[in-house]
Design a protein around this ligand. Structure first.
Ligand code: NAP
Length: 440
């Protein structure tokens, strides 16, 4: 506690989110009736550069006197009880959070990258020091996804989670669904500030993988290495995939899918065909959504802003209030995650229907050959649509070609990939367009 008996809060980082949290915290601590007046006091704010003019230009709210570039000012400050980490990235965030926990400070963070990679170590450190480690803003921005799993659904066996947890890719896919090609949609996402200058963390699926790993920790107590998650981004999708899916009644979404079946869990992040008439299929633009299926509660659907200054601030402050309330009441935090050995299903055994778009020779017998190859891998075809595309750009070098859109009944991923390899060896198959799972 500070000399005036307030709870001391310090920040690692005061950029987009940190400065917005500071602003709302100041409003909530307002002497004229703020809910936190006489309760909290901001002690220090760690940044890289004390004089960064961009901070002012962006309207970031930080009292200059609070700024420091020395993390020791916070770690050694006996009057800082809570640290809010909003600097991002794996390092030095991991080192600073670890030190803060070791020093007995509660930590609130929005950093999915550090939790996905070092969650195990950080949760153990928090448990050893008997302090909070809160991270509501790390998945789903303003949607209360973490507290849903931690509290509201705690009595349930979660059989599945299907989620759109990357707003940038959902924006791009929505634009592609409206007729844009991938590059045009990506440029538009950049212009609106939804995509970073280097968009790879989003479009290659790494951001969604990190968030899925966090969901797996909470839903199943599983510490999964992000590198072991089956994942694919949206970079290779073309308009032909989107329009073929649409003709079948589907949209393509980057879906994080977690499943628990017979004591095994599976986690994947893949562009997936989702029915146009489903709730997930109707989530458009940068919006995020998460569908939980629990054995007691059935299906629950959460939808809302997955990022942005205000929405993320809402989640960070919710965490802060929980820690403050416990501090005021002298309540010890219960260990959040109790990791236990979990059997992870080999990725080849993950099952779903599949969508295959192939460019093939347009001649009699080709469909029979493809059916034979799929049957050899025990893949059963659910539907086939063939379109003559002779002379179109994708097949310009081939005199007579057709686009074949196949969907399969539920099949193991490994069998489908095996069949695709065999299809690739067939002279009748000119190009494997896309191979995408379909949501159940
Ligand atoms: N933006 C969103 O919509 C959103 C949504 C959900 C979660 N998040 C998460 O929230 C966190 C913060 O994101 P943001 O958009 O606010 O980032 P940001 O605008 O880039 O701000 C980062 C802040 O951290 C400081 N910082 C960075 N590295 C540092 C270092 N090595 N030493 C000291 N200070 C350092 C920066 O200092 P300077 O000011 O000197 O550069 C800046 O104040 C990230 O973990 C992000 O993933 C963001």
């Amino acid at each position: 506690m500070t000399a005036d008996n307030k709870i001391g809060i310090s920040f690692f980082g005061a950029g987009n989110i940190g400065s917005t949290v500071l602003k709302r915290l100041a409003e909530m601590s307002d002497e004229q009736g703020g809910a936190l007046r006489d309760v909290v006091s901001v002690r220090h704010v760690l940044v890289r550069d004390l004089d960064r003019s961009e901070r002012e230009e962006a309207g970031f709210f930080v009292e200059p006197d609070l700024l420091t570039t020395d993390v020791a000012d916070i770690l050694k400050d006996g009057n800082t009880q809570i640290v809010v980490e909003l600097m991002g990235g794996e390092q030095p965030a991991y080192e600073y959070i670890s030190e803060a926990l070791k020093a007995g400070k509660h930590v609130v963070t929005a950093n999915k990258a550090v939790l996905a990679k070092f969650g195990d170590q950080l949760f153990s450190a928090a448990a050893r020091s008997e302090v909070h480690l809160q991270f509501e803003a790390s998945v789903g921005g303003g949607i209360p996804v973490i507290s849903a799993l931690r509290r509201d659904l705690a009595a349930n066996e979660i059989s599945s989670i299907e989620a759109i947890i990357n707003g940038t890719t959902n924006f791009i896919l929505t634009k592609m669904g409206a007729g844009d090609d991938y590059e045009t949609a990506l440029t538009e996402a950049g212009r609106l500030g939804y995509a970073e200058p280097d968009p790879s963390a989003d479009v290659d699926g790494h951001d969604a993988v990190a968030k899925s790993v966090i969901l797996a920790m909470l839903a199943y107590g599983a510490m999964i290495n992000p590198e072991s998650v089956v994942s694919e981004g949206i970079r290779n999708l073309v308009s032909a995939d989107v329009s073929a899916a649409s003709e079948l009644g589907y949209v393509i979404k980057l879906i994080a899918r977690l499943q628990s079946e017979n004591g095994e869990i599976s986690v994947s992040v893949l562009p997936t065909l989702v029915g146009k008439d489903t709730q997930l299929g109707n989530v458009s633009g940068v919006t995020n959504a998460v569908e939980f299926t629990g054995d007691l509660v059935g299906k629950l659907f959460y939808e809302g802003p997955g990022a942005g200054r205000e929405a993320t601030t809402s989640a960070v402050i919710a965490d802060l209030l929980e820690v403050i309330n416990d501090q005021l009441r002298g309540i010890q935090p219960a260990p959040l995650i109790q990791p236990h050995p979990v059997q992870v299903k080999p990725s080849e055994q993950i099952e779903s229907g599949f969508f295959l778009r192939l460019i093939v020779e347009n001649r009699p017998g080709v469909l029979a050959e493809i059916s034979r190859i799929l049957a050899q891998a025990s893949i059963s075809i659910s539907s086939v649509v063939q379109k003559d595309i002779t002379g179109q750009e994708t097949a310009s070098s081939v005199p007579d070609s057709a686009e074949l859109i196949l969907t399969t009944h539920s099949s193991q991923r490994g069998s489908v990939l095996e069949a695709v390899e065999l299809l690739g060896e067939s002279k009748s198959v000119l190009q494997i367009g896309s191979v995408l799972p379909m949501s159940r």
